[in-house]
Ligand binder design. Sequence first.
Ligand code: ZN
Length: 154
Amino acid sequence: MIKEILDPVADRLLRQPSQPVKAIDGVVREVAEFLEHQMTLEHSGRKSDGFAAVQFGEPIRLIIFKRDTLTNLVLVNPKIISEKSSVTKLEECFSLPDHAFIVTRPKMVKCLGLNLNGEAVMIKGRDSLARLLKHEVDHLDGILIDKIAERRLY
Ligand SMILES: [Zn+2]
């Protein structure tokens, strides 16, 4: 089950920073595999483009995201290391079901993290990928879009 803010315990968890991953062990791999599986499922009638582990109750710094139409990528301890210009757009989050927000995000980001082999990976994202990366990394800092939105639409 995706953690939603409607549940007060989940709400508290979602708004706390997640812990850095110290070693990519069997537990971390299992969490990654679980998220990989969740990407194939529909949630509230549709698939997600990304998740942070904390959304499923595991507060470690691990995200998964759709890099392109074919590939999901897992990043451990991801950090946004640069961002350029900004775009204001509608954004939703599976942890804030039935709401949509207008959020200003960078148009371009560079994100550095580790893959599951512990190798450094740098992802350059623009437009929707930049937004997605920022959204998921924000989850790891306990930042949900209701706190940074310009407006809530519904
Ligand atoms: Zn989200």
